[in-house]
Design a protein around this ligand. Structure first.
Ligand code: ASP
Length: 438
């Protein structure tokens, strides 16, 4: 059995956190592949090493000295090394990098060094082999990962070994370093787990798994113990802050469970994410897995008699949106109307041109915009089989005076989505939580 573990920035922030990581890894002999982030914040006002590296690069680009920032980066790693009593040759590494910075270094290569130094130190500390992501994680020219080649290389390199791998980056076909978008070490871990057919991908962070609702809105929300990949996708699409979006695909494809755990509370089981769960594993009384939402949607409401019976009309509407490169996120419709629900920030720049064009092409009976809308969703795979849930949701919202402006539910019935005004956003989330979870 082999487990792949990924530790995020807060788990790598200082020597005390390194010691926790070591205890976690040593507690289970199958924890043989460890992927690490760059050192994160030690306190609320501290710096993330990756942010400092981006800042260094910006200085270099404009010919401004960055020595002060570079020293902050180096001293953070030196402190960790010295406190742990390690002998890793960081001075040599730092000098080589400084030289490269003077000669010209790409942004991706420079910002990837946070993970690189973390992995060098952690490998030394755990007594595991350091395996550079540049040795196996290959990108295609279009920026996607070449999974076939990457997996084969890692299988070969990691075979029978215990290894530490830096997250966040890989190489382009010409060997230059390329990073994922921010937070991308999650993806490196998922790719390593998929490549090595891990029995589980443990993603260690500073929270004990996902919560059923945003703790900034709901006091002390319950943790989610189990969630399916599809539910997680729904929740993160709607706005829940979860893992980096590219994380799920590699592990889901191979049916590898993903377990989100807390380095600071290692005995907590965290959240388990799988393709499906047995009914016996489920808490029967709980048919809502999570509640999420997002503010600031713009809705274009188009009314035209016989809209859905006129072949081609919907296509014309969608083609117009495509022309302006605007993504519609939800599309509730009736016989004579359609509402186009879009993120305000994505549509605002072209809203009036878009409306003008819809007016010309579709000749609606009425066309108007509603701004400041929020979307709130209750997600749960069990909802489909439970009569009366939507009734309960609307009754609860009505009782609290939340005006529901839109209702959406797909045939899959994994979620019930309601549109409310921005000002009712937090109360809608609280009402749903209190009615279904408390
Ligand atoms: N260190 C990178 C970042 O801050 C990647 C990661 O931690 O996942 O975005």
């Amino acid at each position: 059995m082999l487990k792949v573990l990924k530790f995020g920035g807060s788990s790598m922030a200082d020597a005390v956190q390194y010691a926790k990581v070591k205890a976690i890894v040593n507690a289970d002999p199958s924890r043989r592949v460890v992927v690490v982030s760059a050192a994160g914040k030690r306190t609320k006002d501290d710096n993330k090493i990756t942010d400092l590296l981006y800042l260094c690069h910006a200085h270099l680009q404009y010919n401004v000295a960055c020595d002060g920032i570079y020293d902050l980066i180096c001293s953070r790693y030196l402190e960790i090394r010295d406190k742990l009593g390690l002998k890793t040759d960081l001075e040599g590494e730092f000098a080589a990098l400084r030289k490269k910075m003077d000669e010209g270094i790409s942004q991706d290569e420079l910002v990837s060094r946070g993970e690189y130094f973390s992995a060098l130190l952690m490998a030394d500390y755990l007594g595991y082999d350091f395996v550079d992501a540049a040795q196996w994680l290959q990108f295609n020219l279009d920026g996607t990962v070449n999974e076939e080649v990457s997996y084969e290389k890692l299988q070969h390199i990691a075979y029978g070994r215990s290894v530490v791998i830096p997250g966040f980056y890989g190489v382009m076909p010409d060997g230059t370093i390329k990073t994922f978008t921010r937070g991308g070490s999650d993806i490196t871990g998922a790719l390593a787990a998929a490549a090595l057919d891990a029995s589980v991908y443990e993603n260690w962070t500073d929270v004990s798994g996902f919560l059923m609702a945003d703790p900034k809105i709901v006091d002390d929300p319950r943790p989610i113990e189990r969630i399916t990949y599809s539910e997680l996708r729904e929740l993160s699409y709607i706005g829940a802050q979860v893992l980096h979006e590219g994380t799920i695909f590699p592990v889901r494809e191979k049916n590898i469970p993903l377990n989100v755990r807390n380095t600071n509370q290692p005995d907590h089981p965290g959240t388990m994410i799988r393709e499906e769960f047995e009914d016996t594993e489920m808490d029967e009384s709980r048919f809502i897995t999570g509640i999420a939402g997002r503010k600031n949607y713009t809705v274009i409401s188009l009314v035209k008699k016989g809209l859905t019976s006129q072949i081609g009309l919907l296509r014309q509407i969608l083609e117009t949106l495509e022309k302006y490169n605007v993504q519609v996120e939800y599309l509730p419709s009736g016989i004579d109307y359609i509402s186009l629900v879009m993120s305000t920030d994505k549509v605002s720049a072209c809203l009036y041109q878009l409306m003008g064009e819809l007016e010309r092409k579709v000749k609606p009976d009425s066309l108007h915009v509603v701004d400041n809308m929020a979307i709130v969703a209750a997600v749960g795979r069990k909802m489909a089989f439970k009569p009366g849930i939507s009734g309960k949701i609307f009754a609860a919202l009505g009782k609290e005076g939340v005006n529901v402006r839109m209702i959406m539910q797909g045939v899959e019935e994994m979620n019930i989505i309601v549109g409310v005004e921005n000002q009712d956003f937090a109360s809608a989330i609280r009402v749903l939580y209190d009615s279904f979870v408390k």
